[in-house]
Design a protein around this ligand. Structure first.
Ligand SMILES: Cc1cc2nc3c(=O)[nH]c(=O)nc-3n(C[C@H](O)[C@H](O)[C@H](O)COP(=O)(O)O)c2cc1C
Length: 330
């Protein structure tokens, strides 16, 4: 039987398939389903400072409306933010009970806006027993009013404050906007144990009949994986930290393609929404069968085989323009 073990964020995973942070990993039932289906690790649903502070604001308003004497003290103490991690902490503890006996690491995820809460939540998460932490600053950077040229500094400073607060391995889940290879290399050289490329942000949707702005809840499409492959393929072999592919993996072939480009692990959400978390088992079996067909005994026999450093035509990673001389047609 091929050996599917991989290393991700310094942890040993039984295989490279990770349940990405989503509603499916927000309950102990969902986490158990993922673990039983055979995933190598689980990233829990993110704790969003933004959400906690808006819940706090609503509650504050109610207290003021009711002329509640504790309202001001409550507002001053940021209580909903301070206690907001409680649910996540419970989920970490329960998830560890289910996952640890099977050797499946539990990775917590946070997304904050203000400098204050990143290290605060990170410390609480470490104390709760999570195996690693994923930071998701992707869009926060853009909307916190950070100028484009200061974005790199923003990511590096978030990473630094969190690394000073905890000893857990810390990975960053980056969005496709406003980043470059230089920044990713910097993050990996300055304390990130790994990067996830790419977070797929919730997008706006405009209903032209009802003239309504809402959110696009459509799952990802396999064609979105190409951009991830480009970045992973360019970075593999050049950096020391872990590379995790994310977005658009909808099949065994999609999973293997990311590994061939150089991903140490791959996160999935949409596929598990569409086909159920049980599909993780099919991915495991499919990967094993492909490795047997190809004569590979372990992951390192082929991970990164087609990265830019090793591929016979590495220019495919760099080409972005549809030139005739390259494609052979207009
Ligand atoms: C319903 C839903 C909820 C999600 N919630 C989170 C979240 O809380 N934190 C996060 O980092 N990503 C979240 N994501 C993004 C996924 O983790 C993942 O990055 C994205 O869906 C791309 O992977 P996919 O193509 O396999 O779906 C969510 C995705 C979906 C579909």
């Amino acid at each position: 039987m091929p050996d599917l073990r991989t290393r991700y964020l310094g942890l040993e995973l039984r295989n490279p398939i990770i349940a990405a942070s989503s509603g499916l990993t927000s309950t102990i039932k969902g986490v158990t389903r993922c673990v039983d289906a055979g995933v190598g690790a689980v990233v829990l649903k993110s704790l969003y400072e933004e959400q906690l502070s808006s819940e706090g604001a609503e509650l504050r308003q109610e207290l003021f409306d009711a002329d509640h004497p504790e309202a001001q003290a409550y507002a001053d103490a940021d209580i909903s933010l301070a206690y907001g991690a409680k649910n996540l902490i419970e989920l970490i503890e329960k998830s560890r009970e289910v996952a640890a006996p099977k050797g499946v690491p539990i990775i917590a995820s946070i997304s904050c806006l203000s400098e204050k809460w990143w290290p605060e939540y990170a410390a609480q998460i470490e104390a709760a027993g999570a195996d690693a932490l994923e930071l998701n600053p992707s869009m926060a950077g853009l909307f916190a009013g950070v100028a484009p040229e200061k974005l790199a500094g923003h990511y590096l400073s978030v990473l630094k404050t969190v690394n000073e607060a905890v000893e857990l391995p810390v990975g960053l889940k980056l969005g496709p906007h406003g980043i470059g290879l230089g920044l990713i290399i910097d993050l990996l050289e300055r304390g990130a144990a790994g990067v996830v490329l790419f977070h797929r942000p919730l997008r706006p949707h405009i209903d032209v009949e009802r003239l309504k702005l809402s959110y696009d809840l459509m799952p990802s499409h396999p064609s979105e994986a190409g951009e991830v492959i480009r970045w992973i393929g360019n970075l593999a072999g050049r950096v020391n930290g872990s590379l995790c592919g994310n977005t658009g993996v909808h099949s065994v072939e999609g999973l293997i393609a990311m590994l061939l480009a150089g991903a140490d692990a791959v996160q999935l959400a949409s596929l598990f929404y569409l086909r159920g978390a049980g599909f993780a088992h099919k991915l495991v079996v499919g990967l094993e069968e492909w490795m047997k067909r190809q004569g590979y005994e372990k992951l390192e026999d082929f991970v990164g085989l087609l990265c830019a450093e090793k591929a016979p035509r590495p220019e495919a990673y760099e080409r972005t323009q549809y030139m005739r001389s390259f494609l052979g047609h207009d």
